[in-house]
Unconditional design. Structure first.
Length: 104
C-alpha cells in the first residue's frame, strides 16, 4: 500500500535522518520500501527529485538537502556555459523556372 506522503517527502525525511548525502540507489531503496513503490516508479522519482527545490544533485550521483549545501555546490555558474551563436539564415534565392511551352 502506498504511503500518504509523496516519494520526495519521504526522501526528505530519509536524507534528513542520515545527516549526509546519499547515493541515489540507496535513497531509492529506502524510499521505495517506505512508499511501497515498484521499480517502474524509479524514473518518476528521479525526475521529481530533480524538480524539487529542496534537493541538491551532487557529484557521483549523490543527493543531499540543499539547505545543507553551500551556494556554489548547488548552483551552476552560468558564466561558464558556452552558447552557440545562431548563424543568420541565408536568404534563399528565388529561382525562376523557365518552362519552354513549345515542348508541350
Amino acid at each position: 500500500m502506498a504511503s500518504a506522503k509523496s516519494m520526495t517527502d519521504i526522501a526528505y525525511d530519509v536524507i534528513s535522518k542520515k545527516k549526509r548525502a546519499m547515493q541515489f540507489g540507496k535513497l531509492w531503496e529506502e524510499v521505495s520500501k517506505l512508499y511501497g513503490a515498484s521499480t517502474d516508479k524509479i524514473a518518476q522519482f528521479y525526475s521529481d527529485l530533480t524538480l524539487d527545490s529542496r534537493f541538491a544533485s551532487l557529484k557521483d550521483n549523490k543527493w543531499d538537502l540543499i539547505e545543507r549545501r553551500k551556494f556554489a555546490e548547488s548552483h551552476i555558474d552560468l558564466s561558464e556555459i558556452e552558447l552557440e551563436e545562431d548563424e543568420p539564415e541565408e536568404e534563399e534565392e528565388d529561382l525562376d523556372i523557365i518552362i519552354d511551352t513549345d515542348e508541350y
